[in-house]
Design a protein around this ligand. Structure first.
Ligand SMILES: Cc1cc2nc3c(=O)[nH]c(=O)nc-3n(C[C@H](O)[C@H](O)[C@H](O)COP(=O)(O)O)c2cc1C
Length: 192
């Protein structure tokens, strides 16, 4: 049985936290609709453990539409200053309402209000429309707590494949591929 890919991921993320100028937890999220058309965008990793990698978004966005049709995703971290990438693939599930509530409550107030004001991925005529909606929801909630919008929440990518790529001298890069097997992980190398 191989080394633990989660421990390796933790170590690399911690190093990225020390080396990257901002957002070491930024990752590309690739999804595809039922026709197979792919789309990719950046999101922030907001939690991870052995159950998977969690991000939060608007449940009416394009990525949410894709995931409703095809509950699989790929994630990609690229830490430029470390010359490393991590690729993660797996099935996707919604996180529980309680988990989404807890994360939403931890966000800054402007982010909370923005989640109410944005029809993410829908056409917007002019930016002022979004600003007016933001002002309207700010007024609506006054100084009280901002509840989580029902359409906003988390998704968990449960990995069955994790690949670590590391730059090495003379282009002899290293690729370590972990694939999930019953009760653990297999590890192998790939030609770079
Ligand atoms: C560094 C970075 C981090 C981002 N993090 C998030 C995020 O955590 N959640 C989110 O919904 N959008 C995030 N976005 C915006 C998305 O990239 C994207 O524009 C938005 O979610 C709409 O994507 P969609 O139309 O494919 O659903 C981030 C963008 C950048 C550049």
């Amino acid at each position: 049985m191989a080394d633990d890919p989660f421990a390796l991921f933790d170590a690399w993320l911690a190093e990225a936290g020390a080396s990257e100028p901002n957002d070491p937890n930024a990752m590309a999220l690739a999804t595809a609709d039922l026709s197979g058309r792919p789309s990719v965008r950046m999101v922030l990793l907001k939690g991870h453990d052995r159950d998977g990698f969690v991000f939060y978004t608007n449940g009416e966005s394009r990525k949410a539409d894709d995931l409703a049709q095809n509950a699989q995703a790929a994630l990609l971290f690229h830490w430029k200053s470390l010359r490393r990438q991590v690729r993660i693939e797996g099935g996707v599930t919604r996180v529980s309402d309680a988990e989404s509530d807890a994360y939403f409550a931890s966000r800054g107030r402007d982010s909370q209000l923005g989640a109410w004001a944005s029809d993410q991925s829908r056409p917007l005529d002019v930016r002022e429309t979004f600003e007016a909606r933001f002002a309207e929801v700010s007024q609506r909630f006054g100084s009280g707590d901002v509840p989580r919008p029902p359409h906003w929440g988390g998704y968990r990518v449960t990995p069955d494949r994790i690949e670590f790529w590391q730059d090495r001298a003379h282009r002899l890069h290293e690729r370590r591929l972990f694939t999930r097997v019953d009760g653990g992980w297999n590890e192998g190398l790939l030609f770079p």
